[in-house]
Write a protein that binds this ligand. Sequence first.
Ligand code: SF4
Length: 92
Amino acid sequence: MGTDLELWFGASDDTPAHLRESAEDMRRRESVAKATCAGCPFVVRCLESELEHGIGGQWGVRGGMTAKERQDLIRTRRQAAVAALVTDVEVA
Ligand code: SF4
């Protein structure tokens, strides 16, 4: 599978295109990384720490989620926070 960094982040950006992983290989690699995270005692702390970097600061598998999954979670949390604010304003 390569180095640990490759497990979490995939090949570096300067890897020639013909050596980059396929979409299927990426899904397989991410599944292995996520399974490792599932057994990590720091998974909750790791995830919350990564979420603090915002939508644009997400790379690789961290805290048991892919970058895309964390971006979606950040958006969901923001939407919930805005909805709660609107509800509070309407009630007041
Ligand atoms: S949860 Fe975070 S610290 Fe734990 S294995 Fe996953 S990426 Fe590494």
